[in-house]
Design a protein. Sequence first.
Length: 412
Amino acid sequence: MSGRKIKDRRVVQCDEFPTSLDGRLNSILSSVNTETKQVELILLEKEPKTSWTLKREFDKATGLNFDFQHNRMDKYCTCTFIPIGMVCEEKVIYDGHSSWVKAFSLTEAGEVYGKSIAAFTLRKANEYNKSFFEFLGQTTSKSDSRSPYNRTKILELLSANPLRITDVSEKLKIDKTTVLDHLNKLKSLGFVKYKSINTGGKESGWSRYKWVEGKNPEDVEPFYRFRLSIRNIAKLFRELEKSDYREVTEKSGYARLTVSLAISALQKQGFIERVGKFSGGEKLSEINITKEGGHFLEDYYWRVLDALDDGNDLNYMKDILAHYEREPELFMNHAVKGISMYLQVSPRMNSKQLSKRCKEVYNLIKPYPEGLTPKDVDELMGVRSTKTLRELLHNDLVYKEGKGHDTVYKAK
C-alpha cells in the first residue's frame, strides 16, 4: 500500500481477460517471461498504485540492488498487463491534491491468476537457477501468439509425437523461420534434439553475404538514426568475410530489426553482396523432445495450465504467494537472484552498479573524438543511459557540446 488515501478514482482502461484456456496461456506466459515482470505483478494490488509507488516498492523488495526507472513499471503495465486483462489503468486523486494522476490496479484475473502464477514462476526460476527469459523468450511479436506461448506449444506437440519443422509450422500457424528460431533455442536448453543435414551442417535459412574486398567500414553512410550500429555491423561482416542474418544478430547483440535494416543498407551501398541462400527449414530431421524438455512440461507448463483452469495447482501457487508475503526476506532473496539471472541474459538491460556502468560508458565514449549523442550511447549500451551520463558530467569525466538533438558527449 502506498500509505496515501485516495479521494477519488475512475477506470480509464480495463480489458477483458481471455476466457479460452489457450488465450489465457498466451496472456499469462507473456506476463511472467521475465523476473522483473514477475516481481511487479506480485507487488500490484487492487488498490491503485502509481508507477512511482511501484518503483519505491520494487526498490524496497529488491534491496536497492537495481537501478530501474519508474517508467519501466509504467511500461510493463501499459504494454503487457493491461492489454491482456491483468491490470486496469485508473486516474486517481489523493487527499490534499487536486490533480488526477495515472495509477494501476489489479483486475480480478490479475488477483487470482497473475500474482499466484508470477510467484510460482519466480520460485521455479530460483529452483532451476535460470531466468525464465531463457525458456520463454521475448514478447515483441505482433502476431496473435507470442514467443512464450509458441515455445511451450512446440514442446507440448513434441510430447505426443516427433515432428518435422513443416508439421510444427502448420499446426501452430507460424512461419518456418520463426519455428526454427524457437527450435534452436530449445535445443540449446537441451529440451529438444534433432540432426541437421544441411550442407556443412548449417542450420540457417537466410541469405548469405560476403564483404566486398577493399571496402572500408568507416566509409559506410549512416541511415536513419543507426549511425554506429551500421558501422559496427559492417566491421563484423568484414571480420567474418561471409555471414548471414542469424549469425550477425547473435554476434553483434543488436536487435533483429536493426540488423535487417543494416544488411539492406550495406547491400545497397555496395559493401556486401549476396552469395547464396540456405533453405535450412526443410532439411531438419524429425524433432524429438528430450527428458529435460519433458520435465519442464511436467514441472511447469502443465501446472500453469491446471491453475488457469482453476485446478488444484492454483491453490498451490496461492500458497507460494502467501509464503512470500509472510516472509519478505525470502521474497527479496528470490527476487534479487531471479532478476540478476535475467539481467545476465537480457539483450536490453544490465544489472551493473552505477559506478561500473559509468566506467563502461566512459570507455565507450573515449575512442570517439567527435563524441557520441545520448541516442548513440543508449543504442550501444542497450539501455537508457541518461543517469550514467549525468553522473559522468558530475564527476568531470566527460563534457558535452551542442544543444538539443545536436548534443554530444566527449571524454576528457
